[in-house]
Design a protein around this ligand. Structure first.
Ligand SMILES: Cc1cc2nc3c(=O)[nH]c(=O)nc-3n(C[C@H](O)[C@H](O)[C@H](O)COP(=O)(O)O)c2cc1C
Length: 176
């Protein structure tokens, strides 16, 4: 099976999560491509697609939002998993965001795609990478600086994808 992990990242933290997911899945013996969503041209060769974006102001990055709108029909025919990365601080990611799981403006596309799973992971606010304007916004909403990514949680999520892909491979005619 050939799997795509496509990401949209501004400061690199979501890219690292995508690379980690890709490595975890390829370690199980599957063929995995990890690349920026902007570099994805063809989805037909993939048996499963994982799409992730950093969250800024409760939105996915514009390039991935555009991708979902344009490719919604082909994505709806494949097993798809969606992840966001964003909140910093201790506690459940969705709790830190008052229940936010996915951007409202993309919800109709998410529903049409009917992903296998949609999750949000903790993110990383790296002082050395933020612009002054970003730092002011972060100070405004009180997001704690630091790397709160929880690699074990991400690894378990990727392992579950491998299990589901094995089930799909064993019974390809069952609906995704
Ligand atoms: C200006 C700004 C706005 C942000 N807005 C949100 C937000 O609305 N929700 C959220 O969960 N995280 C928010 N974050 C945190 C980022 O999503 C987090 O730092 C993420 O790990 C960045 O990923 P990247 O390095 O791939 O760009 C924001 C960060 C910045 C700098």
């Amino acid at each position: 099976m050939r799997i795509l992990v496509a990401y949209a990242s501004k400061h690199g933290s979501t890219e690292e999560i995508a690379e980690f997911i890709g490595k975890t899945i390829s370690d199980s013996g599957l063929d995995v491509d990890v690349c920026s969503i902007s570099a994805v041209t063809n989805l037909t060769d993939y048996d499963g697609v994982i799409i992730g974006s950093a969250v800024y102001a409760e939105q996915w990055r514009p390039e991935v939002a555009q991708f979902m709108r344009l490719r919604v029909d082909v994505l709806a025919e494949k097993p798809v998993w969606l992840f966001s990365s964003g909140p910093t601080g201790h506690g459940k990611a969705t709790d830190l965001l008052g229940g936010f799981l996915f951007p409202n403006n993309l919800e109709p596309y998410r529903q049409k795609i009917a992903p296998q799973d949609t999750v949000i992971f903790h993110g990383n606010l790296d002082l050395t990478k933020l612009t002054l304007a970003e730092l002011m916004i972060v100070n405004g909403y009180g997001g704690p600086l630091g790397d709160y990514r929880h690699w074990e949680t991400i690894r378990q999520w990727a392992d579950n994808i491998v299990t589901t892909l094995a089930r799909i491979q064993a019974n390809p005619t069952a609906s995704v």
